[in-house]
Design a protein around this ligand. Structure first.
Ligand code: SF4
Length: 270
């Protein structure tokens, strides 16, 4: 259950998300009832894009549809938790000040569901003030992943205790064969459209519908949705940056090797 103390740490006013939280709790209960004893471990990872994806930025092709509101994102987190998800990565290309819902999503995922949360930053570096806000999150359940091309523009003071890593992973290296990670993952974009993963985001072949029309449980059990990505289907310009299982592995390897933070004040790998 979310702790009021934690909310107080993050927000200086009364919790602005109390109503969405109540709604989200009810959605979670309904999702559990819906499971009706079925195997709850159908989904392991949730990948969220709150900003246009990398390829949309590079094409200047920003979607006109309305973006999801904070309470809608919290409901998606609840639904995915009810299906067994323990790790979420939020990919953000426009900073926290443009997306104040991100902190609420991170905190909700950690406090309510005990999820490991990754924030993947691409396109626009976080400002000093935005980085400081991240220090209020539970650092035991948090990792910051930054695209390598932003490293020189984003310094994270060590004293904040934030674990920071390079997000870059080339899909063609990752996918030595066909990638089957999407069997346990859904990627939801800023307007609620769902795809198998960020690598094939926007490719109609891997479209999973819209979150307003389809519950995640129905998406995960839909056998008509392709869950395997052949190596050849990976767009040449897109990489696997931010992919939740890969980010989780980067974090776990760093912890195992005793690397508390992979960035220094200059934003370089240690
Ligand atoms: S981002 Fe890459 S590694 Fe992750 S599911 Fe997609 S293809 Fe596989």
């Amino acid at each position: 259950m979310a702790s009021k103390k934690r909310w107080d740490t993050i927000y200086d006013k009364s919790n602005p998300f109390s109503l969405p939280q109540d709604i989200a709790r009810q959605v979670r209960c309904l999702a559990r009832e819906h499971d009706n004893g079925a195997d709850p471990e159908r989904m392991q990872y949730l990948w969220i894009y709150v900003s246009p994806v990398e390829s949309e930025f590079s094409r200047g092709d920003v979607p006109n549809d309305r973006t999801l509101a904070a309470d809608e994102w919290l409901s998606i987190l609840d639904e995915s938790a009810a299906l067994g998800t323990e790790c979420v990565v939020i990919s953000a290309g426009q900073g926290l000040d443009n997306h104040p819902e991100i902190l609420a999503m991170c905190s909700w995922a950690q406090e309510t569901h005990g999820m490991l949360v990754g924030l993947h930053v691409y396109h626009q570096p976080l400002t000093e003030g935005e980085i400081k806000k991240l220090a209020a999150l539970d650092q035991d359940l948090f990792g910051l992943f930054v695209d390598a091309d932003l490293a020189d523009e984003m310094a994270v003071p060590r004293e904040l205790g934030i674990r920071v890593y390079t997000a870059d992973c080339d899909g063609r290296q990752t996918m030595t064969g066909n990638c089957t990670i999407p069997e346990g993952m859904t990627c939801v974009g800023p307007t609620g459209k769902m795809y198998a993963c960020g690598y094939v985001y926007g490719n109609k072949k891997y479209a999973m519908g819209h979150c307003f029309e389809k519950e995640l449980g129905a998406v995960m059990s839909d056998e008509h949705i392709p869950r395997m990505i052949p190596r050849g289907d990976a767009g040449a310009q897109r990489r696997c940056n931010g992919c939740p299982p890969l980010m989780k592995r980067i974090l776990q390897d760093a912890v195992t090797e005793g690397r508390v933070s992979a960035f220094n004040r200059n934003g370089k790998d240690k």
